[in-house]
Design a protein around this ligand. Structure first.
Ligand code: NAD
Ligand code: UDP
Length: 315
């Protein structure tokens, strides 16, 4: 059990951030949730607001922030392609200026800082599965670049602040993660398919549905965060955190239809530009350095997530 710490979670009202705030509070820490509600939702954190150790601040991380903290988790950034492409300039600012502001805060307060990086730093990978040593295959001019290149620049900033200013950093490359509290109009595949299946609408498969992703349940991911944060100062990452079991989008759609007993039909829409063909984390490093691997099978995680959306849609 770690001693009680003052912990800032940027993006704390989002899907992953809200679970992280909840977990850190349950461990006895003080949590400062910082969010501008671009894709986050007050509803995600409303059950926490009466906890005296929890504080919420509406703030955009592209502006400097002066607070006193021991640890920082930098999660602020829209993660769904639909949302990060809505205002690409703001997405880049959030990744780059947000990283600079959070790293500046870490430097002044000597806080340890965690970066929520992404498998998107590998782009449309030519190496499969993707190890951390792979430098990636990213189109710097395409519609995903605001996110991919923003997160790559943020990693560069983290490593330069570490080398130049001795800031204590921890960088995780997160692969597709899902679970309760994803926004129903988030636009990512798991939430889209479940909401469509429960509403009896067509299931929108982009392309022919043969592209693959590997889906990690949110509780597994958070266990990885904690193990990474608890490593000694020498281990800084980057480390892949994701579930190595790979599914095609057609397989996912069929699973969701079967599990929801839905009459929805599959329809095929054009594949968005630069959509990665396949993605699967190589988690050898996470296994050896963190003793971590995911435990929740897709069917079990989907069951929980379907239950969440069922009650949300019924409300
Ligand atoms: P999310 O969209 O639910 O959460 C992001 C949060 O950041 C939201 O609450 C949003 O309002 C907030 N935010 C956005 N811009 C901000 C700004 N300028 N200032 C303050 N707050 C801002 O997404 P998520 O899935 O919870 O992702 C959290 C983090 O994890 C993101 O950094 C994302 O890039 C990373 N990540 C997520 C996944 C995934 O599959 N969920 C995969 C890889 C990386
Ligand atoms: N996708 C789909 N239908 C949808 C939403 C997404 O077929 O309604 C596909 C998308 O083209 C991609 C995969 O599902 O190939 C995962 O998309 P998501 O937006 O969840 O995240 P990504 O991994 O692409 O960032």
């Amino acid at each position: 059990m770690r001693l009680s710490r003052r912990i800032l979670v940027s993006g704390g009202a989002g899907f992953i951030g809200s679970h992280l705030c909840e977990k850190l509070l349950a461990e006895g820490h003080e949590v400062l949730c910082v969010d501008n509600y671009f894709t986050g939702w007050r509803r995600n954190i409303e059950h926490l607001v009466n906890t005296p150790r929890f504080e919420v601040m509406r703030h955009d991380v592209t502006f400097p922030l002066y607070v006193e903290v021991d640890d920082i988790y930098n999660l602020a950034c829209p993660a769904s392609p639909v949302h990060y492409q809505h205002d690409p300039v703001q997405t880049l600012k959030t990744s780059v200026h947000g990283a600079i502001n959070m790293l500046g805060l870490a430097k002044r307060t000597r806080a340890k800082i965690f970066q929520a990086s992404t498998s998107e730093v590998y782009g449309d990978p030519t190496v499969h599965p993707q190890p951390e040593s792979y430098w990636g295959h990213v189109n710097p001019l395409g519609i995903r670049a605001c996110y991919d290149e923003g997160k790559r620049a943020a990693e560069t900033l983290f490593f330069d602040y570490h080398r130049q200013h001795k800031v204590k950093i921890k960088v995780a490359r997160i692969f597709n993660t899902y679970g309760p509290r994803m926004h129903p109009s988030d636009g990512r595949v798991v939430s889209n398919f479940i909401v469509q299946a429960l509403s009896g609408n067509d299931i929108t498969i982009y392309g022919d549905g043969s592209q693959t992703r590997s889906f990690c349940y949110v509780t597994d991911l958070l266990d990885g965060f904690a193990r990474l944060m608890d490593t000694g100062d020498d281990f800084i990452g980057p480390v892949n955190l994701g579930n190595p079991v790979e599914f095609s989008m057609r397989e996912l759609a069929e699973m969701v239809i079967a599990m929801t007993d839905s009459k929805s039909k599959l329809i095929y829409l054009p594949l968005p530009a630069d959509d990665p063909r396949q993605r699967q984390p190589d988690i050898t490093l996470a296994r050896s350095a963190l003793g971590w691997e995911p435990k929740v099978a897709l069917a079990d995680g989907l069951k929980e997530t379907i239950g969440y959306f069922r009650s949300l849609l019924a409300a």
